[in-house]
Design a binder for this molecule. Structure first.
Ligand code: F6R
Ligand code: MN
Length: 187
């Protein structure tokens, strides 16, 4: 009998950096986030090349029942008074959930169900977020450092960005130096 020992991918918990494994990296820049931020004028005035977030994920074969693992590194910053955030999405297979784990930095996880009801969970090193099916999700960086969160989700889930063209109903802005929540409805 031959017993094989294979080195697994490794993540540094404090930084979210992977140090081993077949990895895929994707950067999302301000120019990729059309109509994501409320203040269109402020968005146009920003450097389009500026990276808002990077996702580094283990390149797993998307076979039935398999899971993906990835880390999102969300930069600190704002467009107008709205904090940097991920685009956010529903899963294409709506019933599929996901788990996010906060690694570094501080921010919020915005969750919105199909009726449009939104809620927030604080994200911090060690936070665990059970995202149920039928729930759109977005990370928001309200801190001064990079917000990194590890995610595990079913390969079968897929992503549906189009269903959120009206955006999320809740926005997170800085007003007089404080984090403020705003209800927002696209017209
Ligand atoms: C996967 C997942 C995360 C996000 C990542 C970037 O289902 O939720 O890995 O894909 O945080 O956000 P989006 O995909 O909304 O640009
Ligand atoms: Mn997801």
């Amino acid at each position: 009998m031959t017993i094989s020992i294979t080195q697994p991918p490794q993540v540094a918990w404090a930084s979210g950096q992977f140090t081993n494994g077949p990895l895929i990296r994707k950067s999302t820049r301000l120019q990729n986030l059309t109509h994501v931020f409320m203040d269109e004028k402020a968005w146009l005035a920003c450097d389009p090349q500026q990276i808002v977030y990077d996702v580094e994920m283990v390149d797993s074969a998307p076979i039935a029942g398999a899971l993906y693992t990835g880390v999102t590194h969300l930069q600190p910053g704002k467009v107008g008074d709205e904090y940097f955030m991920t685009r956010g999405h529903f899963h294409a297979q709506r019933e599929q959930g996901e788990v996010y784990y906060g690694l570094r930095g501080s921010g919020l996880l915005l969750l919105q169900d199909e009726k449009g009801t939104a809620r927030l969970e604080p994200v911090f090193p060690g936070s665990v977020h059970i995202i149920p099916g039928f729930t759109a999700h977005r990370l928001i960086n309200t801190g001064n450092d990079i917000l990194s969160a590890l995610a595990v989700w079913p390969c079968a889930a897929g992503h549906d960005y189009a269903a959120l063209t009206q955006g999320f109903n809740l926005r997170v802005v800085e007003e007089v130096g404080r984090v403020q929540l705003k209800e927002y409805h696209h017209d």
